[in-house]
Design a binder for this molecule. Structure first.
Ligand code: M6R
Length: 602
């Protein structure tokens, strides 16, 4: 959730650290800081607030000739204040840290350092522990300290008496490294440093990276040299700016027709889904009795759409699990269970731990991931990447719709292999899938109409969203989108369930959003709309074009696709609705309060 950067080389250290931190800010934006060697000792500049506030503080400082490290924070231990910001220094040691040290209180007592600490963080205790072991041999001190700590960590460490060297070590929390002719770089994710080199590696767990201006050496705890696997970045990070949009979220919503096409097209051969490029063996779809989807937040909502279409089309039971709850409920799982993990970042710790648990229990695994080479992708037996490109806004949009697109592909593949769809039916399924980008484009072209409707929500404190069948999981996602970026309390309900209690909350001040895309459920949904209208609610209706009728007024017309394919165009309209409410309220759409893009704490 926090972000780490480090650089040593001939270029301007200060601007590399600050620019990289800005690119990383989506991981956490409570506070930011940098540390660099000034030739005598290590200087730290840090501040609660955004990287822009840190940048202000550094004005007038000439760029150091030596390397440095930097950090953006999402608070876990200790509140948001200057003292708790990273980097932390204890004795000879200065470090930045991602993750959580579970036994930090015990270490603090054991070292007897409580009165010397300047922050409430677990990270400062790690600096003290390394300093405690430091006798001039940095690696020895790091190894001794790491052997004592339990928890997750990515650490970038500098020593007062070693001016131009950075050390890094990690457990679970990612650290990546790269180099070019100007120097060496580390970061917690590729967004920070991808512009400096397209070739990078993920530091293997429990090895030490030693960076100098000339190169990076990786060794294990016994001192043996390790050759990490090099990866190649295929995202155009240099051009990943806002492209004229005021917020990344709007840009990412607008990119959906293109990235959905990219996700689908490359996986269709002769009218059928084809995963041979990613070497996903057919047996994974034929030799399972049930599917367990594991994910969090928006990614879990993609799983709910997957459940709906797979159960209906393939007749295979699917359960969808919140990753954070999964392994604590003694899940029913065996070697005939196919676990599908869904994650944009590929780093969500709850999903990662649940995946590892399921694999230990013998399940087969397939992950739908956006970030190439991420931890979940590496830990999974099979991976299908969404081709969404970098997603910067905290509120996930294009990652979600491409995840759903992959579920459609998986569904078609499974149904074909299991004889639930014949050749012709599979081709028809795929042909309908291929119409989704144009349907999304149709919604985007009429975004002004959604903007107009969003005015009706600007002053609302609460809203309810109602839908039936496939529309219900779509609204769960719509509701999360509205909550996280507009701070309006919103709840999605299966329309028929509302009258079993929650309808008591409906008043004339509670706008209701109703989604109607499912032919067979139309008349029942119209009755449910009447029920809330009778209690004074103003209802905004989003209705599929061909389902419009005189019984219900339409606020926004959705394009026509077969019912099972409506999830993506419908959610696009809802993403726009949330976006316009948030931006018209003057909120920071891309960086909503309390959140972070990558959630690496349990
Ligand atoms: O990176 P992941 O897809 O694993 O992240 C999962 C959730 O944290 C994420 O989808 C979150 O719910 C988004 N902020 C929603 O917009």
């Amino acid at each position: 959730m926090c972000g780490i950067v480090g650089y040593i080389g001939s270029n301007d250290t200060l601007s590399i650290l600050l620019n990289s931190l800005e690119r990383l800010e989506y991981r956490g934006y409570d506070s930011a800081g940098i540390a660099f060697h000034n030739g005598k000792d290590i200087e730290i500049i840090k501040k609660a607030g955004r990287v822009s506030a840190l940048r202000e503080l550094t004005k007038g400082i000439s760029s150091p000739l030596y390397g440095g490290i930097g950090h953006t924070r999402w608070a876990t231990h200790g509140g948001v204040c200057d003292a708790n910001s990273h980097p932390h220094k204890f004795g000879n040691v200065t470090l930045v840290h991602n993750g959580i040290i579970e036994n930090y209180a015990a270490i603090k007592n054991q070292l007897g350092i409580a009165s010397k600490l300047r922050s409430e963080t677990d990270s400062e205790v790690v600096a003290a522990l390394i300093d405690n072991y430091y006798d001039g041999d940095p690696k020895k001190a790091i190894i001794s300290a790491v052997k004592e700590i339990s928890g997750t960590f990515g650490l970038a460490i500098m020593f007062d008496d070693i001016p131009n060297e950075i050390f890094a070590v990690r457990n679970v929390s990612p650290i990546i490294c790269c180099q070019n002719e100007d120097g060496t770089y580390i970061a917690s994710d590729i967004m920070a440093i991808g512009e400096y080199s397209e070739n990078y590696f993920v530091l293997p767990e429990l090895t030490i990276a030693h960076l100098t201006g000339d190169g990076i050496e990786v060794t294990d705890f016994k001192g043996n040299t390790v050759a990490p696997k090099m990866l190649t970045l295929d995202w155009d990070i240099k051009n990943s700016g806002k492209k004229g949009y005021p917020f990344y979220m709007e840009k990412e919503i607008m990119e959906q027709p293109e990235v959905i096409t990219k996700t689908i097209e490359s996986r269709i051969k002769d009218g059928k889904p084809d995963f041979s490029e990613e070497k996903v063996d057919d047996s994974i779809f034929t030799e399972c009795d049930n599917i367990t989807v594991i994910a969090c937040g928006t990614a879990m909502h993609a799983g709910l759409i997957g459940k709906h279409i797979i159960e209906k089309t393939c007749g295979v039971p699917v359960t969808v699990n919140m990753a954070s709850e999964y392994m604590y409920k003694e899940p029913i799982i065996n070697e005939r269970t196919l676990v599908i993990c869904v994650s944009q970042s590929g780093e969500t710790i709850d999903t990662l731990e649940a995946l590892k648990y399921a694999r230990r229990k013998g399940a087969r695994s397939l992950s739908i991931v956006n970030v190439k080479g991420s931890t979940i992708a590496r830990e999974s037996e099979n991976v299908i990447y969404t081709n969404a490109g970098p997603e910067i806004a905290v509120a996930s949009t294009k990652a979600y719709t491409t995840q759903v697109a992959v579920f459609y592909l998986i569904c078609a593949k499974m149904a074909y292999l299991r004889g639930r769809l014949n050749e012709e039916e599979t081709a028809a399924f795929i042909a309908e899938l291929a119409k989704i980008p144009a349907a999304v484009e149709d919604v985007l072209n009429r975004r002004d109409a959604v903007h107009h409707l969003s005015n009706g929500l600007l002053t609302a404190e609460h809203t309810f969203m109602i839908g039936r069948g496939l529309d219900y999981p779509t609204l769960l996602e719509a509701s999360l989108k509205l909550k996280e970026i507009s701070y309006i309390h919103s709840e999605a309900f299966a329309s028929g369930e509302l009258k079993h209690g929650t309808i008591a909350l409906i008043t004339e001040d509670t706008p209701v959003i109703a989604l109607l895309t499912q032919d067979a459920l139309m008349s029942k949904q119209v009755s449910n709309i009447r029920e809330v209208q009778s209690r004074g609610a103003k209802v905004l209706t989003f209705i599929k074009r061909s389902l419009q009728n005189k019984d219900v007024e339409c606020s926004f017309e959705l394009p026509d696709l077969r019912d099972d394919f409506m999830a993506i165009p419908a959610v696009t309209a809802m993403q726009l609705l949330a976006y316009y409410v948030s931006s018209d309220k003057g909120l920071d759409v891309d960086k909503p309060r309390n959140l972070a893009k990558v959630v690496t704490v349990e």
